[in-house]
Design a protein around this ligand. Sequence first.
Ligand code: ATP
Length: 278
Amino acid sequence: MVILETKDLSYSYPDGTVALKGLNFKAEEGEMIAILGPNGAGKSTTFLHFNGILKPSSGKVFLKGKPISYDNKSLLNVRKTVGIVFQNPDDQLFAPTVEQDVAFGPMNLGFSKEDVEKKVKEALKAVSMEGFEKKPPHHLSGGQKKRIAIAGILAMNPEIIVLDEPTTGLDPLGASQIMKLLYELNKKGITIIISTHDVDLVPVYASKVYLLSNGKIIMGGTPKEIFSNPKIVRNANLRLPRVAHLIELLEKEDNLGIKIGYTIGEARQNIKEFIQGG
Ligand SMILES: Nc1ncnc2c1ncn2[C@@H]1O[C@H](COP(=O)(O)OP(=O)(O)OP(=O)(O)O)[C@@H](O)[C@H]1O
């Protein structure tokens, strides 16, 4: 089932900046999608349309096949279904303690005190942040803040979580831990949509990739389909995953004929096969 879709979505900011120019995006239920695009391509603007924070200048956003309406009641429903985690957790975390922060969403949705407590507990467990309940969010590290921001969204039981550059500002271990957490949430059935510049992590975790450039989707497909078009990727000011670039050089410059791989695991296998075959 197509769970989230935009059709010819265009958006201009009040100062006249044209950020989106007829964007067509589709997410199937249960997918883990990465939107790749250079700075200013329109990723954050797209995400703000996914849960109705911005209203299209033209075109439409469809949630479970129905166009989003922008009255308060419909928007509440949209925000229950689509949770958004902003790029900077400081834009999201504001309560004096972690548990109050995570409780904010379910409390606003009208859950009972007992249910809220249960949801906070479950959400903190899911992001491995039990024991941090009484800490002020501003005393946490960047990676921990990201986890708490994700817990705050999880506590509302969303069907879709949209995360704007979830690995930005994290060290390599923190970045791969966040990606693993998102992968696990996806395996539990939550549709995950992230924006990122981190092309090395994309083929490891994403089932589908959209390339966004200049307010438009220029290509969509599996990581393999996207990265086997290095010209398009580079024209959008992005690059291949490092490991794919290395094999590309070995193949094109050194004529070694190794099958291209997009993750370390794939590349390792292909190099072993090449050595054994030669
Ligand atoms: N509040 C705003 N007012 C006016 N223009 C804006 C505003 N926010 C973003 N823009 C412009 O809209 C375009 C798309 O910006 P957006 O933040 O969506 O890109 P992005 O792909 O998320 O970029 P980045 O990777 O740098 O976060 C850019 O030209 C940007 O300058």
